[in-house]
Write a protein that binds this ligand. Structure first.
Ligand SMILES: *Cc1c(COP(=O)(O)O)cnc(C)c1O
Length: 227
């Protein structure tokens, strides 16, 4: 696993260099769904600084066992409103906000513990019925409205494009997400930052880095195939 992690970092650095970026502009989220605690501990010892989890219940068990580890927790799965409280308690960044109702609930829960919850807006670029995410058309209104929430801070966009593991076919989607981010940033919506782009997984992260990813979410290339 340590070797695989090293290889991933090298590939990120090479992809960044290829597009004139610094590797420091790209943060690695080690996606640890179904990965046992011991392996996550090893990854953190080997230098992983961000863990990505998909399921609240699984994350809670791990969080309680690993809370002393110097690592940041990101939520990357689909978040149900009735789990927002737990998400706000554990995660430094929630990648998957896709409705105003969810954003409002996160705001309410964050207010209770006096936290500013950082989030990304998940965009469903190809309008796939099987995937979460706001439509491109609805994204701008969602962001404008969520920008008013006092305890939610919008940091950027996230996507899960179609054809994952087919890097050149997903490149246009990554490019589109970056364009969206840049357009939103140019609109100067008060109260939002729009710096982050969470895109790229095991099969396509190098292309995502070339297209401007600031957060890549990688599981299999680090931990091996999931059970
Ligand atoms: C599982 C998952 C990943 C990581 O996928 P790999 O192909 O194993 O790298 C990234 N993002 C999300 C949202 C996931 O659910």
């Amino acid at each position: 696993m340590e070797q695989r992690l090293k290889a991933v970092w090298q590939r990120i650095e090479a992809a960044a260099a290829k597009s004139g970026r610094s590797k420091d502009e790209v943060r690695l989220v080690a996606v640890s769904k179904t990965v046992p605690i011991q392996k996550i501990e090893r990854a953190v010892s080997a230098g992983v600084t961000i863990i990505g989890e998909n399921y609240i219940q699984e994350a809670r068990e791990k969080f309680h066992q690993l809370y002393e580890m110097p690592v940041s927790w990101h939520f990357i799965g689909h978040l149900q409103r009735n789990k927002a409280r737990h998400a706000v308690e554990m995660f430094d960044l929630i990648h998957s906000v896709d409705s105003l109702r969810l954003a409002v609930e996160i705001d309410k829960q964050a207010h209770k513990i006096d936290k500013i919850q950082e989030v990304l807006i998940q965009v469903n670029l190809a309008g796939e019925a099987t995937k979460s995410g706001t439509s491109i058309a609805a994204a701008s209104d969602l962001i404008r409205e969520a920008a008013h929430l006092e305890y939610v801070s919008i940091k950027g966009l996230m996507t899960m494009p179609p054809f994952f593991n087919a890097p050149e076919r997903v490149r246009p989607y990554f490019r589109q997400l970056r364009q969206m981010r840049d357009d939103l940033r140019a609109q100067g919506i008060p109260g939002i930052e729009m710096t982050e782009l969470s895109m790229g997984m095991t099969g396509d992260f190098e292309v995502a880095v070339q297209e401007g990813a600031t957060l890549v979410r990688i599981g299999t290339a680090i931990f091996g195939e999931r059970r």
